[in-house]
Design a protein around this ligand. Structure first.
Ligand code: SF4
Length: 463
């Protein structure tokens, strides 16, 4: 998710459509189902969105039509509402004053209650984001007024960037579950992005995080043009899984670099779950930093045993089981010469359904590995996430059904070890009470009612 504002007289040079494109390109890992950019020239908002990766949706000819001095962009990974064109973002609504375009990272947990506030107003899509956009667009007094009224009653995870014709807005839920940062572009423009890495890629400088419970409006080049206010008291509960898997390694969240955290987790994993072996290999690339840390702390040489095709998307983040299983085979190929006859430690970031690890262990054995010891740089994912990760139901999570020995047996490893929750938290250097750890310990910082749990809750014809 990405937003940019530059002074109108810089619009031609800055090409905000392209800045948004590069920003989304840097954030592609956060969602791969659809992509979109809304741009305004001060009098009219134009939205272009479609299904597919950022590079599939946009080309030179499309980007050359996106003129203006402010833009918001989004790459979607669906958690409420199917992956359809209508649910692609930014969402757009006409207001009494013009238009409103909105991009949302996270997942709301009181969507039905919010939908009731629409007083029967028609929805054109089935996502939580559509409901929020409709609510913000139908209030009197413009987006800021509407946000002051609606955000305090909006529950769940929401990092937002939205815009009308002339102003860029940003907001973050009081728990600050998903990251959101503010950056400076050439001392005259402003950028808001899901991760600091996206600031780097467009040449913007990190200024600060958008605080939990904060609402910001930007419509000028000066520091004083960033008008920030609180709509709720902050209750920080940043997502621990961002450090494990979701965020880019070159991103920093709450002052802690993600790569450094992952390497440190690997070191701690080696101390918690040592094993005699000849080589430590990662499941590339998400297991790489922890494998480096494991090798460093254990003294076992680090090597490459699996080659990844980087052009295949993440496996669990895609929505259907068929695609997921195909994805694993397309993605990894073992290096027989490096593996044959060796006792391997294979480090991966997480086990969700167990399909990836089962196939990785089988691939390594087929390639001649003498032993395969799996080490995981997160605790077992035993509980679903309702705040923006589609882990699905508890029954689909292998750790929701099996203990560690059962999982080891199921994936066919010689041994299996998970980092403990305490060690993971210690590696993150964030205080435990400022983190959401619900998928690991079942303690949900924002209680979720049963009625608000389904991905398809606004799609009654779907199961
Ligand atoms: S449940 Fe897990 S993935 Fe979801 S926000 Fe909490 S820590 Fe992150």
């Amino acid at each position: 998710m990405f937003g940019v504002w530059v002074p109108p007289d810089e619009a031609g040079r800055a090409e905000v459509g392209k800045l948004a494109y590069y920003g989304l390109y840097a954030l592609q890992h956060r969602g791969q189902e659809s992509a979109g950019i809304a741009v305004s020239d001060g009098s009219r908002i134009v939205v272009f969105k479609d299904m597919g990766l950022v590079s599939q949706v946009f080309d030179e000819s499309v980007l050359s039509t996106l003129h203006g001095h402010l833009a918001v962009g989004h790459c979607r990974y669906s958690t409420t509402g199917s992956p359809t064109w209508e649910n692609a973002q930014p969402t757009f609504r006409s207001t009494g004053h013009g238009g409103l375009a909105l991009a949302h990272n996270g997942n709301l947990i009181n969507t039905p209650e919010l939908a009731d506030r629409l007083d029967g107003g028609a929805l054109t899509a089935t996502s939580d984001t559509e409901v929020l956009t409709a609510l913000l667009a139908t209030r009197e007094g413009g987006p800021m007024e509407a946000a002051r009224e609606i955000l305090p009653v909006t529950r769940g995870a929401y990092s937002l960037v939205f815009m009308d014709e002339g102003t860029l807005y940003a907001a973050r839920d009081p728990e600050g579950i998903r990251p959101l940062v503010l950056g400076r572009w050439e001392d005259k423009g402003w950028v808001v992005a899901s991760e600091t890495a996206a600031l780097d890629i467009v040449g913007a400088r990190f200024v600060r995080e958008v605080e939990p419970g904060e609402l910001i409006a930007i419509d000028g080049p000066g520091e004083a043009d960033v008008r920030a206010e609180r709509f709720a008291e902050p209750r920080p509960k940043g997502c621990l899984f961002e450090y494990v898997y979701l965020a880019r390694p070159d991103t920093t969240i709450a002052g802690r670099n993600v790569q450094a955290t992952r390497v440190e987790v690997g070191r701690r994993l080696a101390l918690e779950h040592p094993v005699e072996a000849d080589m430590v290999i990662p499941t590339p690339e998400s297991g790489t930093p922890a494998a480096i840390g494991y090798a460093e702390a254990s003294g076992i040489p680090y090597g490459q045993g699996l080659v990844k095709n980087s052009y295949v998307g993440r496996t669990f983040i895609q929505p259907s089981q068929t695609i997921r299983q195909l994805g694993i085979r397309l993605k990894l190929n073992p290096l027989r010469e490096a593996i044959e006859g060796r006792r391997l430690v294979v480090v991966d970031d997480s086990i969700v359904r167990g399909n990836t690890q089962r196939q990785v262990v089988a691939l390594l054995r087929e390639a001649g590995a003498a032993e395969v010891h799996v080490r995981i740089s997160s605790p077992p994912v035993s509980w679903p996430c309702f705040y923006g990760i589609d882990f699905a139901t508890r029954a689909e999570l292998i750790a929701g059904r099996l203990d560690v020995e059962g999982i080891r047996d199921s994936i066919g490893a010689d041994s299996l070890g998970f980092i403990s929750l305490d060690e993971l938290i210690a590696a993150s250097q964030i205080a435990k009470d400022r983190l959401c750890r619900a998928c690991f310990d079942g303690v949900y910082p924002i209680p979720v009612e049963e009625a608000a749990r389904g991905k398809h809750l606004l799609e009654p014809s779907r199961p």
